[in-house]
Design a protein around this ligand. Structure first.
Ligand SMILES: Nc1nc2c(ncn2[C@@H]2O[C@H](COP(=O)(O)OP(=O)(O)OP(=O)(O)O)[C@@H](O)[C@H]2O)c(=O)[nH]1
Ligand SMILES: [Mg+2]
Ligand SMILES: [Zn+2]
Length: 301
C-alpha cells in the first residue's frame, strides 16, 4: 500500500535539472532533491543508491545518498562495476590518448575496463589488440554478424552497473541495442560535414537489462572535455598502467618518473618494444598534466 510507505531505498536511473528518476521495489518515482545537498554542492547522479521519503503518488524526495563505492565526474555516474570504452577503427578515428586517460582513471578507481572495437567492417585494425594486450583491459572486436563477439558484454553486465563511454559516433548506442534489443536507443548518422557525430545521446541514463544488470549509455565526449575529468597525481600514475608494473623497482633511481631518466627500466622496455610506445606517450602526456595538480585540489572534496 503506497500511502503507508515512509521511506524506500532505490537507485537513480537519471538525474536531469534537479529531478531524479529513481527505481525502487515499489516502482519508479520522480524525485526532487533535498536542499541540503545543493548547499553542500553534492549532486546525486545516475547509479546513486538513495533513500526516498515524502512519498506521494509517483513523486518523492531524495533525502539521503548512500555512500558511493566510486564515482566519475564525466560522465556523472556512481557505483560503477564495469566501464566499456567503445572505440571505432574509423569515423571517428581512434583517439588512443583519450582512451588511455580513461583506462588509467578506471584502473585508479578499481573499475573493471573493457575496450570494444567497432566498425571493423569498414576498416580493420589489428594493431589495437596488440597495443592493449597487457593493459589490464579486455579487448573485444565487435562483429555484428557474430553475436558471440558482444554477448560477453551482456553476461558481464548481469547484476552490475556498467557504463558505456567513448567518443561521439563510435557506436555506443548501436552496440547497446544489439546487446539488448528491448532498449531501442536512438542512434545517429555521422555528420559528414563535421566529420563527427552530433551527440545523438544527450543524457546519462541507466537502463535495466533483461538480466537485471544496469547499463549507462552516455553522450560521446570530445577531446575538450578531458580537462574536466578526474585527475591522478603524478606519483600514482605509473601504477595506473598495468604493463609498467613488472618493471617497478628496476629503474636506476628510486624516484624515477619514467619520463627521461637514464637507467629507466620502463623507457628501455618501450625502446625494445615490450611496452607499446603509444601507451607510454599517453603516460608522458598525463604526467605533464599531473605536474600542475596540487594534492589539495583533488583530495579535499
Ligand atoms: N559500419 C558500421 N557502422 C556502425 C557500427 N557501429 C555503429 N555504426 C554507425 O555509426 C553511427 C553512430 O552510431 P551511434 O550508435 O549513434 O553512436 P554513439 O556512440 O551512440 O554516438 P553518441 O550518442 O553521439 O555519443 C550510426 O550511423 C551507426 O549505424 C559498426 O560496427 N559498423
Ligand atoms: Mg549514443
Ligand atoms: Zn623509470
Amino acid at each position: 500500500m503506497m500511502n503507508c510507505l515512509n521511506s524506500v531505498e532505490g537507485i537513480i536511473l537519471k538525474a536531469v535539472g534537479g529531478l531524479c528518476i529513481t527505481e525502487t521495489p515499489e516502482g519508479i518515482f520522480e524525485c526532487k532533491v533535498r536542499g541540503i545537498f545543493r548547499q553542500k554542492n553534492i549532486s546525486p547522479c545516475a547509479g546513486d543508491k538513495v533513500i526516498l521519503t515524502e512519498i506521494s503518488g509517483n513523486t518523492a524526495l531524495v533525502s539521503e545518498i548512500l555512500p558511493r563505492k566510486n564515482s566519475l565526474i564525466r560522465p556523472p555516474l556512481a557505483n560503477l562495476d564495469n566501464i566499456v570504452f567503445v572505440i571505432s577503427t574509423c569515423e571517428p578515428a581512434p583517439n588512443l590518448t583519450l582512451l588511455d586517460k580513461f583506462l588509467a582513471i578506471a584502473e585508479f578507481k578499481k573499475i573493471k575496463s573493457i575496450i570494444a572495437v567497432t566498425k571493423l567492417d569498414i576498416q580493420k585494425n589489428a594493431a589495437l589488440a596488440d597495443i592493449y594486450k597487457n593493459s589490464g583491459a579486455e579487448l573485444l572486436e565487435i562483429d555484428y554478424d557474430m553475436p558471440e563477439s558482444y554477448m560477453d558484454l551482456y553476461n558481464m553486465a548481469s547484476g552490475k552497473i556498467t557504463a558505456f563511454t567513448g567518443n561521439t559516433g563510435v557506436g555506443k548506442s548501436t552496440l547497446l541495442n544489439h546487446i539488448d534489443n528491448s532498449l531501442d536507443l536512438k542512434t545517429g548518422e555521422i555528420s559528414k560535414k563535421l566529420g563527427r557525430g552530433r551527440h545523438t545521446t544527450r543524457n546519462v541514463e541507466l537502463h535495466k537489462l533483461l538480466n537485471g544488470g544496469y547499463i549507462a549509455d552516455t553522450p560521446g565526449f570530445s577531446t575538450f572535455d578531458t580537462q574536466r575529468y578526474d585527475t591522478i597525481l603524478k606519483d600514482e600514475l605509473a601504477d595506473c598502467f598495468p604493463e609498467f608494473r613488472e618493471y617497478e623497482g628496476k629503474c636506476r633511481f628510486q624516484d624515477c618518473s619514467h619520463t627521461k631518466e637514464k637507467g629507466c627500466a620502463i623507457l628501455s622496455a618501450v625502446e625494445s618494444g615490450k611496452i607499446p610506445r603509444s601507451r607510454h606517450n599517453s603516460y608522458l602526456e598525463m604526467y605533464e598534466e599531473a605536474k600542475h595538480i596540487k594534492e589539495w585540489e583533488i583530495r579535499e572534496k
